[in-house]
Design a protein around this ligand. Structure first.
Ligand SMILES: C[S@@+](CC[C@H](N)C(=O)[O-])C[C@H]1O[C@@H](n2cnc3c(N)ncnc32)[C@H](O)[C@@H]1O
Length: 284
């Protein structure tokens, strides 16, 4: 017998709960809305509407994958970041709400008079940071670099879909290697999880997100060391660096920047009160 939308969500939420999924009802609702190519509000507007056999089969298949802890965003192929819709998948880090702290940090400097026309995003992944900034700064252009060609392919598609491809260029490479230009701002959310912590991550992250996007060497700081070593050569005098950092890493990164000659380090908190970003200006 065909299930109503309400019954289908309840039944799927039970299945996800048994699989230890953290937010079973929310995930079941999002996946059902995805199958119906609708917003989740349809579940409140038409709770008694019956699922067709095809819809039920498609929903069951997604719920089974979610029960194996595949992230919702990989199942729908989309993630909202900075109120923009990004394509995502197993080749890129799933954009995190915490990373919006970096966008806010840059925009607050711009509001205080810092002038930006060229932005460099090191480890661009889905392109979410660079593209969100370009959406806010209509005069700016930027370059996103990643060592993963597969990630770059997704970033380029995101730029096209958001109408930003004319202002965003995506290049394959290791951090700033081979870049000869000077930028006004460098932003980066590099991999920062210490290698030994990987086993403690949620299954969704450990099993389904690219480890290249997660692990930052033994102490989690390897990528910051590499990036900071070449920063002076690619930032214009007085230019701005903004890093996202892991929990407990902010002061260490601030010190590394100061040792490299950067000044006016600031620490920016995310919504949970964790120091999530460090910014500083080139000292020349
Ligand atoms: C933590 S993810 C950040 C992705 C995206 N910027 C975001 O905030 O969602 C780090 C990114 O750095 C890239 N990466 C890792 N090592 C790299 C390297 N040596 N050079 C360039 N990119 C690298 C990974 O492929 C991944 O896309």
């Amino acid at each position: 017998m065909a299930l109503s939308l309400r019954e289908a969500v309840d039944c799927a939420a039970d299945r996800l709960k048994r699989a230890d999924v953290e937010t079973p009802k929310r995930d079941a609702s999002l996946l059902l809305a995805h199958v119906l190519t609708s917003e989740t509000s349809i579940l409140y507007r038409e709770p008694e509407r019956q699922l067709t056999e095809t819809e039920q089969e498609a929903f069951d298949a997604l719920i089974e994958r979610r029960a194996r802890r595949e992230p919702v965003s990989h199942l729908t192929g989309h993630r909202e970041f900075w109120s923009l819709d990004f394509l995502v998948g197993s080749d890129v880090l799933d954009p995190r709400a915490d990373s919006e702290t970096l966008i806010e940090a840059v925009l607050s400097e711009v509001q205080e008079g810092f002038e930006v026309s060229r932005i460099l995003d090191l480890g661009t992944g889905s392109g979410c940071l660079l593209l969100s900034l370009l959406s806010e700064l209509p005069e700016a252009t930027g370059v996103g670099v990643d060592v993963s060609e597969k990630a770059l392919a997704i970033a380029r598609r995101n730029a096209e879909r958001l109408g930003l491809a004319q202002r965003a260029e995506f290049r394959h490479g290791r951090w700033h290697d081979g870049l000869e230009e000077c930028f006004d701002i460098v932003i980066s959310n590099p991999p920062y999880i210490p290698a030994s912590d990987i086993k403690e991550l949620q299954t969704e992250v450990r099993e389904y997100e690219p480890h290249l996007a997660l692990i930052g060497g033994e102490d989690g700081l390897d990528c910051y060391r590499e990036i900071i070593a070449g920063l002076n050569a690619i930032l214009r005098p007085g230019g701005l660096i903004v890093f996202e950092v892991g929990v407990g890493q902010a002061l260490m990164i601030g010190e590394m920047l100061q040792k490299a000659g950067f000044i006016r380090a600031k620490y920016h908190k995310d919504l949970s009160g964790t120091s999530r970003c460090v910014s500083a200006f080139q000292g020349k």
